[in-house]
Design a protein around this ligand. Sequence first.
Ligand SMILES: [Zn+2]
Length: 78
Amino acid sequence: MEPYGDCAYCGGEIVERLQRVDYRVHGQLYILENVLAGVCLQCEEQFFTAEVAHRMESVVAAAAGPIETIPIPVIAVT
Ligand SMILES: [Zn+2]
């Protein structure tokens, strides 16, 4: 069974792997490690199954504290 299909953006092939994922909720950016994601081989867009998306939600909601905090550069494009 293929849970992701082809990439919705470029039609490329999607492979499943453990990813570091940028995840934003209520304006707070989290970086989640070891997320099972479908990743497009062409454009690197990430896709998640409903189960994994729900898991990310509950993990962030239940998190006692991050394992690491890193500075993130913010750059204006315009
Ligand atoms: Zn793509």
